[in-house]
Design a protein around this ligand. Structure first.
Ligand code: HEM
Length: 263
């Protein structure tokens, strides 16, 4: 009997100890318990551990990224620096000096008025690189036609003809049937969309949305009438030669395979 009473006293004392313990911790606020008996710190520790494990797993599997290939701008130091410094605004002439010849300057290229930093691809865009021709300038037209040196200009007037089948031009303007007119309109519409898609594809790559470490830095500053002042040009010989033959055929975006960054 005396033993039982002593055990009851001990149990009740222990319970009081635990209670006191919990109450004091709760009062301090640092280890507030959840329903399952875990403190907020415990939960944070578990979440941190899971995150760390996830990062390690991603790094070992992708061999490159701790966030499964997701590279938001705020984890890229050069992009953060540019964000702090603000966007650049350069004329076409000023842009020329960012072609990689000066090792102390970043390498820029522009596409349709938007400037991108492609310094991460110095091997490709720097002097002697396979695509140095695009560095320090806006050669949007060349990105569509494939005539890199000849079409190193942002003038996109008539560039859709790269993708318009040869039999469309053959229609002429007089004595055209309604069917032929519709065909021509459809092809021109399709070709213009293809030009937009092609340029968007390159812009996506240069903005760093893919695997490449490029990023947007600003805009090219041009007068309002720059386009009117630029003499109109025809389709370059190479693009003319590669136009699709006729009905059903579609012009190909020759550069598409090289945007993915898989090389
Ligand atoms: C309109 C046509 C084309 C355009 C605008 C174009 C443009 C480009 C650009 C800008 C790059 C560099 C991508 C980067 O920054 O990583 C590139 C890479 C490359 N392109 Fe093209 N390309 C075209 C057609 C072609 C064709 C037809 C070939 C093959 C015959 C080709 C072969 C390559 C190769 C091998 C690379 C990788 C270069 C390297 O990593 O050093 N391209 N292309």
């Amino acid at each position: 009997m005396a033993d039982q009473a002593a055990r009851r006293r001990t149990t009740s004392n222990n319970a009081t100890d635990v209670k006191t313990n919990e109450t004091s911790k709760t009062a301090s606020g640092s280890t507030r318990k959840t329903k399952d008996g875990l403190s907020v710190v415990d939960v944070l520790r578990i979440l941190g551990g899971v995150f760390l494990l996830n990062c390690l797993l991603s790094y070992f599997i992708t061999n490159d990224s701790v966030l499964w290939g997701w590279r938001p701008w705020f984890v890229r130091p050069s992009v953060v620096m540019r964000y702090i410094q603000g966007p650049v605004s350069l004329t076409d002439t000023q842009l020329l000096s960012y072609d990689g010849s000066d090792a102390n300057k970043p390498i820029y290229l522009a596409l349709n008025g938007t400037i991108y930093d492609v310094s991460a691809g110095r091997r490709i865009y720097g002097p002697g690189g396979s695509y140095h021709v695009f560095a320090g300038k806006d050669a949007a037209r060349g990105f569509v036609t494939g005539c890199f040196a000849e079409d190193a200009t942002p003038d996109l007037r008539g560039v859709e003809w790269t993708y318009i089948p040869l039999d469309v031009a053959a229609l002429g303007t007089v004595g055209v049937t309604r069917e032929q007119k519709t065909y021509r309109e459809q092809e021109v519409r399709k070709a213009k969309k293809k030009v937009r898609d092609t340029l968007d594809g390159w812009a996506t790559m240069f903005s760093g949305a893919g695997k490449k470490d490029y990023f947007e830095v600003g805009k090219v500053r041009r007068g309002r009438d720059w386009l009117e002042k630029t003499p109109k040009r025809g389709l370059c010989a190479q693009a003319e030669k590669q136009r699709p033959k006729g009905k059903g055929a579609e012009g190909t975006d020759a550069g598409a395979a090289y945007r993915g960054g898989g090389r």
